[in-house]
Design a binder for this molecule. Structure first.
Ligand code: 3PG
Length: 468
């Protein structure tokens, strides 16, 4: 009794795998789940060296833990988290630490933090990325909130996190709900990159009519270039997989893309903070578009475009696709990092973008070689307003400009939807425009609503009687 270092509530895939990861690192871990089958399957998976005990009883679970207790809740975000907290609360003591490891909306974490600190319970949210495998063998962990409480558990988290150059992919990120917020932005970037990869895949398949084996080989090869990343790597694996009949599995997977909300939250919060995230917005929109299958079938017969056939030099076309993807992926990161920069001021998170780039280099879904360049950029200049302003990143972007432009032209001509690629280019062209046509919008607003405008030649606020 009271000999276990850590407790996990919720023994679904993530909870079970994190628990086993901790047990591998010689921590004694207790698990709680109301589902007896999950408890049994964890017990069966444990080996003789593991110090694991799992139960379906709240009181028994809490009795197992050393005091002050450290408990992580890994249940679906929303009401289930509150339900678990309510079930634990009567038995918790002052000084106990509760961690929400799910994809919780950050304002929920702020609310729970306030409610629980009034009772003397240290609560914090921690983003966890890496999926099933990451949780088991080394995720990227994004803790925020009470720093002292985190410090008490730091050795445990450092031991289970992914390592890059010997450094653990976990570090305290900032105040309040910083951990959940950073994970939300991580997922927004993830949505953007996944969308971009799918568009480039579409351009290869429908645009250039490459066969499945060639497409697979291209993605596999790209993973040995500046595009090296987890998402490119798994794309190569996915395109290789055959079904029971020997055909490529990808070709029989429905195009109806689902989501659990973190991408949408990123876009919504980007709007609230007035940070442009057009690639991420497009990614969310395209998942929504994908759900509209019956209508798309109708439209595909009615709204027709006959693309011209052209001669294509395939090697240079593929090189252009690679450049376009590289360009757009960098733009997606730039949007997500710009969101974090603004959110840090807005919510007093005090985020350090160098630290975030560092802990995203391994374990998480958006890990890529680019993250090391970002880390270096922020190490050089912690005040960097946008990662595109760093010389190394600006050069990579500029070097790929002609590729993104020719790729967008090709897709437009072919009638292939590339909302992510197009929006990445639009973001870039707008961001580098000293002058935008929004002066006309200001004039229109003043015309119909007397909303006033500012002038470039003198200070003050002006209104014009446009009709006289
Ligand atoms: C996850 O948290 O499982 C993924 O990173 C995002 O999930 P989604 O694509 O289902 O929203």
């Amino acid at each position: 009794m009271k000999t276990f270092d850590f407790g996990i509530v919720g023994l679904g895939v993530m909870g079970r795998n994190l628990l086993l990861n901790m047990a591998d690192q010689k921590h004694a871990v207790a698990g709680l789940d109301l589902d007896a089958e999950k408890v049994l399957s964890l017990t069966q998976e444990a080996n003789a060296q593991h110090q694991i005990k799992a139960t379906t009883e709240v009181k028994e679970f809490l009795e197992l833990l050393k005091q002050p207790r450290a408990i992580m809740v890994l249940v679906p975000a929303g009401k289930p988290v509150d339900t678990v907290i309510q079930s634990l609360l009567p038995y918790l003591d002052k000084g106990d630490i509760l961690i929400d490891g799910g994809n919780t909306y950050f304002t929920d974490t702020d609310r729970r933090f306030t409610e629980l600190s009034a009772k003397g319970i240290h609560f914090f949210g921690m983003g966890i990325s890496g999926g099933e495998k990451g949780a088991r063998f080394g995720p990227s962990l994004m803790p925020g909130g009470n720093k002292e409480a985190y410090e008490r558990l730091r050795p445990i988290f450092e031991s289970i996190a992914a390592k890059v150059d010997g450094e653990p992919c976990v570090e305290y990120l900032g105040n309040g709900s910083a951990g959940n917020y950073v994970k939300m932005a991580h997922n927004g970037i993830e949505y953007g990159i996944m969308q971009l990869i799918s568009e480039v895949y579409d351009l290869m398949k429908r645009g250039y009519e490459l066969d499945d084996t060639t497409i697979q080989k291209v993605f596999q090869d790209w993973n040995n270039t500046e595009l090296q990343s987890y998402l490119i790597e798994i794309t190569g694996h996915i395109l290789k997989k055959t079904d029971t009949d020997g055909q490529k599995l990808i070709n029989v997977i429905s195009d109806w893309a689902k989501s659990k909300g973190t991408g949408k939250w990123t876009s919504q919060n980007g709007m609230d903070l007035e940070v442009p995230l057009p690639t991420i917005d497009a990614a969310v929109t395209m998942r929504n578009m994908s759900k509209n299958k019956p209508e798309r079938i109708l439209a595909s017969a009615k709204l027709v475009w006959n693309a011209e056939q052209g001669n294509t030099d395939l090697p240079s076309a593929i090189e252009a696709l690679k450049g376009a993807l590289h360009f757009s992926i960098l733009i997606t990161y730039a949007q997500g990092l710009a969101l974090l920069t603004k959110a840090s001021q807005e919510y007093n998170y005090d985020l350090n973008l160098e630290t975030i780039s560092k802990i995203w280099r391994g374990g998480c879904i958006i890990r890529s070689v680019a993250l090391e360049d970002f880390r270096k950029a922020y190490a050089k200049n912690g005040e960097l307003k946008n990662i595109l302003l760093d010389d190394t990143i600006a050069k990579a972007i500029n070097d790929n400009q002609s590729s993104i432009r020719s790729t967008v032209q090709f897709a437009v001509q072919k009638g292939i939807p590339i909302a992510g690629l197009m929006n990445s280019l639009a973001y870039f062209d707008a961001y580098r425009s000293e002058k935008l046509p929004t002066n006309l919008i200001q004039a229109q607003r003043d015309y119909f609503g007397a909303h006033t405008y500012e002038r470039i030649d003198t200070n003050g606020t002006f209104h014009t009687e446009w009709n006289d």
